[in-house]
Design a protein. Structure first.
Lengths: 263, 490
């Protein structure tokens, strides 16, 4: 019963084109799930749909977070309920300092929870502590959100925000893309530092590399909008060795058989 | 495909975006005070009556009459990108004064309702409650009702009083400078103001004095059917410094009200004047009914060598804004700056910008204009950078940005550059942008609701200008910007 995230038969698409074709996924507190798959399999769509990205339309299925109907909530309320998305491409917001941005985020959540806004000195102290987790320097607070950040800084900044907001469920969407090995190590150790028995992480990635640093409990393979294969951490290694072709073949054959049966 | 569920329905769909509200204009109340209003209409007798009510000397009456006769020969300017309905100048009352209006000496002479009005606007006028670090001249309709901190400033030789008092107490100074920067022949509205101006503020900072507090004038239109025609004159003598703020509000009324003001500034050698405006006149309702017509001529003359004038304006109010705070850079190495945020929404129209006139050698100017357009509004930047043939080594940098918040608003730029000297270096940058759905979603994902996200993003966009405002104003102006744009994204 202690399911944190439960996704059932989720179908969704963009501009009338179906991308997710029946996703089933259960994540319990304390777990790390890796979702892997070839390009175009629907990995980013899944993270966007769960976070409430308005570009996507859910056509059927359900998703609950801690028992609450996730799909009925606005994106900001999903955030307040403890869902965090580390963006693959974090957007720049010129002129808005990180300190103002995070204060707005923290106080919006506190308001949702019926708590008073956090005092300025307490807030700045917290910012300092969380910053250290991803080794961001003290200039961060006065810099504009993601503006002029390097690729590595942007991803570290995502994990920093995750540290501040302390989500129950974090979805890391290709957080490893565009990172050199040092940045990857910093980001991964940040994520690991934030792990606890009460929260869970979904790591969406194309490569095994990140999973050397963030050890998953489960690995799922997404292909053509469905999870076609689930296993333990050894599945990621197998993929690294054999590529996606054998998965594609197996899935396509099964799919073809289904289609044949329906036709 | 059934449309049973939509991800992120509440946050950012077209419906919410298009849902422009009338917003919350918290200054829209009017006050019931006994007011001496002269009958509507404009002729020489009215001008004589205004002058007589104010007990003015003959030279000033002559100045008014000359301006009036000149005004009669003029037509309103039509070159701005504005759709201005015809104005019946005979239907306006040109003088309205809260009673009793003895010269503002003791507070007992000020109607408690008037004091209460300014309290509600956050401008306490009682000396013991007066804002620390800021002296305020409070002008309601045609007269100044109270100027705070006067005695303290007088100890340093600083004159800060209403224009009417300045005419009585410092006639030589007023006569020396009045109309020297903005002559009554300058334009239609300047001529009108010169004929009928009622009150405003007068500031004189003596040689070498750094004014220790912000000086501020708070303009309030209260009476219906009246216009407001104030005049501000600021003189900074050599090596003086002053930071001056003005704020403006008006009740919500269905009729349009006319505001035609003049601001003249003179900076002598090495003097520095910072002039900041938060203009929040009533802007009319969502359908464009009512609101203030704001036709203002503001200009400063940097006469002294290495003098500096910096204009900062945050324009959120008025149905129509026609306003170009300018700098005439006459002294060697004089510096002119113009930082502007102009917000229009619903059916507001703004045509605003600046003129930088480089007459002296090595003069420098900076223009940063940030337009924000929402609803069905029209927002224009109009600027002139002119370098005289005799002025060498001049520099100008202009940055002109537009942010569009809807699909049916208009943003326009009309920059004009006239360079008469080959040594000038002039740069012009312009951008147009929209708030992207991805920016909004990014904020939403971090828990920030759309309305607040828009406020954050807009304030970020305007930050370069907001940072120029004095602290006392900056926080208010940021809130004003966010509140003004509530429900305006679409």
């Amino acid at each position: 019963m202690n399911e944190l995230l439960k996704v059932e038969n989720l179908r969704a698409g963009i501009d009338g084109k179906e991308i997710l074709r029946g996703i089933n996924l259960t994540v319990r507190p304390g777990e790390v799930h890796a979702i892997m798959g070839p390009n175009g399999s629907g990995k980013s769509t899944l993270s966007g749909v769960l976070a409430g990205d308005p570009r996507y339309t859910v056509t059927s299925g359900t998703a609950t977070l801690g028992g609450a109907d996730l799909l009925a909530l606005s994106p900001e309320d999903r955030s307040h309920e403890g869902l965090f998305l580390s963006f693959q491409y974090p957007v720049e917001i010129p002129g808005v300092t990180m300190v103002n941005f995070m204060r707005a985020a923290v106080n919006a959540k506190r308001k949702y929870l019926g708590e008073p806004p956090m005092g300025a000195s307490e807030f700045l102290k917290m910012m300092r502590q969380k910053r250290a987790i991803v080794e961001l320097d003290n200039k961060l607070a006065s810099r504009s959100v993601n503006e002029g950040f390097s690729g590595g800084e942007k991803k570290r900044n995502e994990i920093f925000q995750m540290a501040v907001l302390e989500p129950r469920l974090a979805i890391l969407d290709e957080t490893d893309s565009g990172l050199d090995i040092d940045a990857l190590r910093i980001v991964a150790s940040g994520v690991n530092a934030l792990r606890s028995a009460d929260n869970a992480t979904i790591v969406i990635t194309h490569y095994q590399r990140l999973l050397d640093y963030i050890k998953p409990d489960f690995v799922h393979i997404l292909y053509k909008g469905r999870i076609v294969y689930s296993g333990g951490p050894e599945l990621a290694l197998e993929l690294e060795e054999k590529g996606y072709d054998w998965i594609k073949e197996t899935a396509d054959n099964a799919d073809g058989a289904n289609t044949g049966a329906n036709a | 495909m059934s449309d049973k569920e939509t991800a992120g329905t509440r946050a950012n769909d077209g419906q919410t975006l298009a849902d422009a509200t009338t917003g919350d204009y918290k200054y829209g109340f009017s006050t019931d005070v006994d007011t001496d209003v002269i009958p509507a209409g404009l002729n020489e007798d009215v001008i004589r009556l205004i002058s007589k009510k104010k007990g003015e000397p003959q030279w000033l009456l002559d100045f008014r009459l000359e301006a009036y006769r000149y005004w009669l020969t003029l037509k309103p300017p039509t070159w701005a990108h504005l759709d201005i309905p015809p104005i019946d100048y005979q239907a306006i009352s040109y003088y309205a004064a809260p009673l009793p209006r003895k010269a503002p000496g003791s507070l007992d002479e000020v109607d408690p309702e008037v004091l209460d009005t300014f309290n509600r606007l956050g401008i306490p006028l009682q000396e013991q409650k007066a804002l620390a670090g800021m002296a305020v001249d409070a002008v309601m309709d045609s007269v100044s009702v109270r100027t705070t901190h006067r005695e303290k400033l007088a100890e340093m030789g600083i004159i800060f009083c209403s224009f009417s008092e300045a005419v009585k107490d410092y006639p030589d100074l007023v006569r020396k400078y009045l109309g020297k920067v903005v002559g009554y022949r300058d334009n239609f509205y300047a001529a009108l103001n010169s004929a009928v101006f009622s009150d405003g503020s007068f500031v004189y900072i003596p040689r070498g004095v750094r004014c220790p507090m912000e000086l501020s004038t708070y303009f309030r239109i209260n009476s219906a059917g009246t216009g407001q025609f104030e005049r501000t004159l600021i003189v900074a003598d050599a090596d003086a410094y002053v930071s001056y703020l003005e704020g403006c509000t008006a009740p919500m009324r269905d009729e349009n009200q006319l505001h035609a003001a003049i601001v003249e500034i003179i900076a002598e050698d090495r003097a520095e004047v910072k002039y900041s405006t938060v203009q929040n006149w009533y802007a009319g309702d969502a359908e464009g009914r009512g609101g203030v017509y704001n036709f203002v001529t503001k200009r400063g003359l940097c006469r002294g060598d290495y003098s500096k004038l910096s204009w900062t304006q945050v324009e959120t109010g008025s149905a129509i804004t026609w306003k170009y705070p300018s700098c005439v850079l006459a002294g060697e190495g004089a510096v002119g700056e113009f930082y502007s945020v102009a917000v229009t929404r619903n059916r507001q129209q703004a045509d605003t910008g600046t003129k930088m006139i480089h007459l002296g050698n090595n003069t420098r100017s900076t223009i940063v204009s940030k337009g924000i357009s929402a609803g069905s509004s029209q927002n224009s930047y109009r600027g002139l950078v002119r370098v005289a043939p005799s002025a060498s080594g001049c520099r100008n940098y202009t940055q002109c940005d537009s942010l569009l918040l809807s699909d049916h608003c208009g943003a326009h730029t009309f920059p004009e550059i006239k360079i008469g000297n080959p040594t000038a270096v002039v740069e012009h940058e312009a951008t147009t942008s929209k708030i992207s759905e991805q920016q909004i979603f990014y904020c939403n994902q971090r828990g920030i609701p759309t309305e607040e996200a828009v406020g954050l993003i807009v304030n970020g966009y305007a930050r370069e200008v907001m940072n120029k405002l004095p602290m006392e104003f900056a926080v208010e102006a940021q809130k004003l910007l966010a509140v003004t744009l509530e429900g305006s994204v679409g």
